[in-house]
Design a protein. Structure first.
Length: 134
């Protein structure tokens, strides 16, 4: 489950194993983000249909910069997410991790904190509604 993966991240992070922690946290973030977007009404399936024919980098960048995504998460958050995860002129963390191109020197405390910051953004923007009728 995602919670177990997050626990593994915590373990590696506090053992100063930043290489492992980044390789856990990055794909987990994408999975959590896609699940949240799907629950909140963005058609994530239509975006993923392109994946077999188009480089995933383009799919993710287009998805994050789409009107639907920006309406849900705000334009500034979408641009920030794109810069951190997908933009070659930015940190490009997702693509470097996904393609095993990340430089070991980039697997550090700072990069882990940047990824953790993205989780905090998700947590701050998502409102959980409880069903009080039960």
């Amino acid at each position: 489950s995602d919670l177990i993966k997050f626990q593994q991240w915590v373990h590696h992070f506090f053992e100063w194993d930043y290489l492992s922690s980044i390789h856990i946290l990055t794909p987990l973030y994408e999975r959590v983000l896609l699940n949240i977007c799907s629950v909140l009404g963005i058609d994530t399936i239509a975006w993923l249909r392109w994946a077999p024919w188009v480089a995933p980098k383009m799919v993710w960048k287009d998805f994050v910069l789409s009107d639907d995504f920006q309406k849900l998460w705000w334009v500034n958050i979408a641009k920030q997410l794109n810069f951190i995860m997908y933009e070659p002129q930015g940190y490009n963390i997702r693509n470097e991790v996904a393609h095993w191109e990340i430089n070991y020197s980039k697997c550090n405390f700072q990069t882990n904190v940047i990824l953790l910051y993205l989780y905090i953004i998700l947590a701050a923007r998502v409102k959980v509604q409880t069903d009080t009728s039960k």
